[in-house]
Ligand binder design. Structure first.
Ligand code: NAD
Length: 272
């Protein structure tokens, strides 16, 4: 079993690594002996995380990446190839929603600006596809690799208010299946593409929906979420790590094109 889950010396690229969930993923891959290239939107933020990982005995480099800019992704790939010579694992973690694309008492669906909708679609969908183009090419040359996309609960059934984010994450599931088939049929059955669909985790991108800004109390949406999560709590970043290591390693060698919910039972519960 230990050998199946072994990712020692594998090279992992993680986008969104300076964020809450994927930062913890980067630390865990490093703790397990992977060499990690951690991508953030600025070199400074990426280096700060890389320094932290190196300080705890890991092996990390920082990358400044805009997942919407192919040139910046290619520059990052050059840096990874120079430092580590290959890419075994790609975590497409950059993603999120924003307030300007969210229905609220102050903003009706009909008034959401096109550029706010586009921002959400681009970040979640285009960013994942472009990053897969750039780092997937290395995996094609190697004939092996594991790509892990980060989806969401709203990809199965949309959540209220977050119209573009729901559609974009549904697109991530569709792309995960498409890409899994494409790599297997055209290039190598050992290039696998899967996704994790986290349930509810209290992080920066959703705090405004879950915590009342004025009182600090849970919003009615937060109460509904916890009421519909059989385990009765939010997830913690650590809750994602077992699934991450399974998908990244040879333990999941015959698994491709799946989206794994890590949600405390949210997707299983009808509410009755
Ligand atoms: P986060 O905001 O802490 O992290 C997102 C990261 O993406 C940030 O570090 C940000 O710098 C980076 N990013 C934004 N735009 C970028 C760009 N153009 N190029 C490169 N990087 C960019 O959010 P998080 O909660 O840690 O989310 C991580 C992933 O998990 C996202 O894909 C998110 O949609 C998904 N997710 C989160 C939850 C949750 O409850 N928090 C639930 C389901 C899915």
């Amino acid at each position: 079993m230990d050998k199946l889950f072994d990712i020692k010396n594998r090279v992992a690229v993680i986008t969104g690594a300076t964020g809450v969930l994927c930062g913890e993923m980067a630390r865990e891959l490093a703790r397990r002996g992977a060499k990690v290239a951690v991508a953030g939107t600025t070199q400074e933020r990426a280096d700060k995380l890389a320094d932290e990982i190196n300080g705890m005995g890991g092996n990390a480099i920082g990358l400044a990446v805009n997942v919407l800019d192919k040139d910046s992704l290619i520059k990052a790939r050059d840096k990874v190839m120079k430092a580590y010579g290959r890419v075994d694992i790609l975590v497409n973690g950059a993603g999120g929603n924003n307030k300007a694309a969210t229905v609220s008492p102050d903003l009706s669906f009909f008034d959401i600006p096109a550029d706010a909708l586009k921002w959400v679609f681009d970040l979640n969908i285009l960013g994942t596809i472009l990053t897969t183009q750039v780092f997937g090419e290395v995996m094609v040359k190697q004939g092996k690799g594991s790509i892990i996309n980060i989806s969401s609960m709203n990809s199965y059934r949309p959540l209220t208010n977050i119209v573009a984010y729901s559609a974009a994450k549904a697109g991530i599931n569709n792309f995960t299946q498409w890409m899994a088939v494409h790599f297997s049929q055209k290039y190598s059955a050992d290039i696998r593409v899967n996704a994790i669909a986290p349930g509810f985790f209290l992080t920066n991108q959703n705090r405004f929906l879950l915590v009342d800004e004025k009182t600090g109390e849970p919003t009615s949406r937060a109460k509904q979420i916890l009421g519909h999560t059989p385990m009765g709590r939010y997830g913690t970043p650590e809750d994602l790590l077992g699934t991450l290591v399974w998908l990244a390693s040879d333990a999941s060698a015959f698994v491709t094109g799946v989206v794994v919910p890590v949600d405390g039972g949210f997707s299983a519960y009808s509410g009755v």
